[in-house]
Design a protein around this ligand. Structure first.
Ligand SMILES: [Zn+2]
Length: 601
């Protein structure tokens, strides 16, 4: 699906490139010019020197807040990121959030792991820093790389781990600017917010990891200004290296792709240019994608599947043997306010204030990043618009948003093998039906369940509901902990819990929804398979993927998804229907005893 979507987007761009009648200032002009500015880029290192010399000029740590704000506006998130999100305590409004960030390796644990793979990775990362610094003309690159790598380890040590970061109650911490100042007294927040062009007045903001900001204050205090400047320059180079000359591209590829993911083949120039356009002008490209590759007939068909999924979900909640009446009632109400977004948004991002030139790549990227940050910031103070999409229509993945009780099923995932226009509904319930049920389940998983029908975060379950639910979660955690897809590397049952719950519930509910669609008629036989068999086969086919060991190792540590093979087999072996449909016996490898199977709903 990712490949076919990419091919389609290339086709769109190629045709625009040939068009001689493109209106200046239109979305098409911006797509074409951003794309060509990447292909025509010259010595990018030179265009970065201005930014780097600004960092060099810094004489005092008091200048750091405005530097960090400048970075944040350019979407360089170091040493923290700032977002505008729907306020989880008042979901009709937006709130400013601060989140830990600023590491070059994929996650905090890569800096702290003592296994040989982590140690080797840190050495390779340090070499990578050294090589890129040398390419930008730094004289003592080796020394600087050592300092920067050591500083990032200290940063990792004060960051929260991924389990804590997934705990929505723990990362909900409302602070005023005065309280922020008392946590981190050396950091001038007023200077930072004014450079961010963010007027917070007396409003509170959400600080996901307050202790991180406190410890960061100390770390900055204890670190020499020289090292800090090296670190910030490095973060900038690391973020923009993709846009520089061939030497940079080769080194970027060898570290970020070869070493981190095991990918052997370099990404082509057109693919990289397309990725850039997709990231910065996503809606502009998406609008054309939808016009060209999506039919509203498919949308209606998928909506019909979704309706049956919701109907079964409602029935499950009504019939739940373990939920209290109050929780049941509220859960059904929550399903009633579900905001189901299929294919594409009703409103698109308006890029008219963004200037894109055909021969200024770095300038384009900086302006587009600023434009996107400013568009976010402009939401503050307005009422939440529930028709707003987080994903673009060409995103090949579903999405669920707790605060607005929304699921998004983008157009690009409504293609084979997830949705097949020419297949019968059994296969589609196994594919897209399962995905829709999976996304709805997220709104009721270990985190999503804490948001009520308005999207507000609070514990609305009775303590016995929580205890019953936790018992099921615990069984699922233990089940997944026991999977070992790479020798010595187990799945982390806690980290992947939400996804495993969603896979479990998604498969069960979509199967029942398929049965509902049959309206008591027996399923037809196609190519020797019953509809029930085709449902499970369609499911497995829609999820199949091949991963290299390097990618697998990184994902097992940092991804909230278990490897796909585990996801497929883990989900089916918990379904009684699977045993009946395929006549699985205790002698079969995938047999799980009935009392050990987990059924969420
Ligand atoms: Zn998911």
């Amino acid at each position: 699906m990712a490949d076919s979507t990419q091919m389609r987007m290339h086709k769109i761009v190629d045709e625009l490139m040939k068009n001689r009648n493109i209106e200046p200032g239109s979305n098409s002009q911006k797509i074409v010019d951003l794309y060509s500015s990447f292909l025509k880029r010259k010595d990018g290192a030179k265009s970065l020197l201005k930014e780097l010399s600004q960092i060099k000029k810094i004489k005092n740590k008091r200048e750091l807040p405005s530097l960090i704000a400048h970075f944040n506006r350019l979407r360089v998130n170091a040493p923290f990121a700032l977002w505008i999100n729907v306020d989880s305590l008042d979901s009709s409004h937006y709130i400013t959030e601060i989140d830990q960030s600023g590491l070059g390796l994929p996650d905090r644990d890569s800096y702290l792991g003592t296994d040989s793979r982590s140690r080797l990775l840190r050495q390779q990362y340090q070499n990578h820093i050294e090589k890129l610094l040398a390419l930008t003309g730094v004289q003592n690159a080796e020394q600087q790389a050592t300092d920067i790598a050591a500083f990032e380890v200290s940063l990792a040590q004060i960051q929260w781990n991924s389990i804590d970061n997934r705990n929505v109650l723990k990362i909900t911490n409302r602070l005023t600017i005065q309280q922020l100042a008392s946590i981190s007294p050396d950091f001038s927040w007023p200077a930072y917010f004014s450079a961010m062009k963010l007027n917070l007045n007396s409003a509170q903001l959400n600080v996901r990891q307050p202790s991180y900001l406190g410890n960061l204050n100390q770390l900055i205090h204890d670190t020499s200004l020289a090292t800090l400047k090296e670190y910030f320059a490095w973060r900038f180079i690391d973020n923009y290296a993709e846009l520089m000359g061939d030497d940079f591209a080769t080194e970027e590829f060898s570290f970020h792709k070869k070493i981190l993911t095991g990918q052997m083949k370099a990404v082509s120039e057109p693919d990289r240019a397309l990725e850039l356009v997709d990231g910065l002008l996503g809606d502009a490209l998406g609008q054309i994608y939808v016009q060209r590759y999506f039919s509203d007939q498919d949308k209606r068909r998928v909506e019909k599947i979704a309706m049956n999924i919701v109907a079964i979900f409602r029935e499950k909640l009504h019939q739940s043997s373990w939920m209290s009446k109050t929780a049941q009632k509220e859960a059904v109400a929550k399903l009633g306010t579900l905001n189901l977004q299929i294919a594409y948004p009703s409103k698109w991002t308006n890029y008219s204030n963004l200037f894109i030139s055909k021969d200024d790549l770095i300038g384009n990227v900086m302006r587009a990043s600023e434009f996107l940050s400013q568009t976010e910031i402009a939401k503050l103070g307005t009422r939440v618009d529930s028709s707003h999409w987080e994903s673009t229509p060409q995103t090949v993945s579903g999405n669920s948003i707790y605060e607005t009780n929304t699921i998004e099923i983008p157009a690009a995932i409504l293609q084979e093998p997830m949705f097949n226009r020419n297949a019968d509904e059994a296969v589609n319930y196994g594919g897209i039906g399962r995905l829709i049920a999976h996304e709805i389940s997220h709104l009721f998983d270990d985190r999503g369940r804490l948001y009520d029908h308005n999207g507000n975060l609070h514990e609305w379950w009775a303590s016995e509901d929580v205890a019953n639910f936790s018992k099921k979660c615990k069984a699922l955690v233990e089940q997944y902990n026991s999977y070992e897809p790479l020798p010595g590397y187990h799945v982390n049952g806690n980290l992947t819990l939400s996804e495993n719950i969603a896979d479990n519930a998604g498969l069960e509910i979509s199967y029942l929804a398929y049965k509902l669609s049959l309206a008591d008629k027996p399923s037809s036989n196609i190519d020797g398979f019953s509809g029930e068999e085709r449902f499970f086969i369609g499911y497995a086919q829609s999820m199949r993927v091949k991963l290299r060991d390097e990618t697998l190792a990184i994902r097992l540590k940092s991804s909230v998804h278990a490897p796909d093979s585990v996801r497929i087999n883990g989900a089916v072996t918990n379904q009684d229907a699977y045993y009946q449909v395929f006549r699985v016996t205790p002698n079969d490898l995938m047999f799980v005893r009935p009392n050990q199977r987990v059924q969420m709903w």
